[in-house]
Design a binder for this molecule. Structure first.
Ligand code: CUA
Length: 123
């Protein structure tokens, strides 16, 4: 059911979207996979904590309609495909300690603006 398509500057019109900010082969460690589910109007989990230096692979999927996933201030913004249409994947290195807000970036209904959460990068 879930297909992962590598995205190399090609079309976004595929069932699943994989965004790689840094090529995984350049990492010396395996990514820590964190699965996040979007469903009107929450992300689960909505608070994510990782240690500094962790390579994080976020796998984003929806239990209903299309949602968006934007990490405020990062320039990262993806569409989470609707249920059954795959997932969006984001790989990044959690280099800078702090608390980062993510939010739904696609209008999905009355509670759209409440769909948010945080990623905390600890020392
Ligand atoms: Cu989910 Cu907007």
């Amino acid at each position: 059911m879930t297909r992962t398509t590598w995205l190399r500057g090609g079309s976004l019109a595929c069932a699943a979207l994989l965004v790689v900010l840094v090529s995984p082969s350049s990492f010396s460690q395996d990514p820590t996979v964190i699965r996040v589910t979007a469903e009107r109007f929450t992300f689960t989990p909505s608070h994510i904590k990782v240690k500094r230096g962790t390579i994080v692979e976020l796998r984003l999927r929806s239990e209903d309609t299309n949602h968006g996933f934007r990490i405020v201030g990062s320039g990262f913004n993806a569409i989470i495909p609707k249920r059954g249409r795959g997932e969006a994947t984001l790989i990044f290195r959690a280099d800078t300690p702090g608390r980062y807000t993510f939010e739904c970036s696609k209008m999905c209904g009355a509670g759209h603006t409440f769909m948010r959460g945080t990623i905390t990068v600890g020392e």
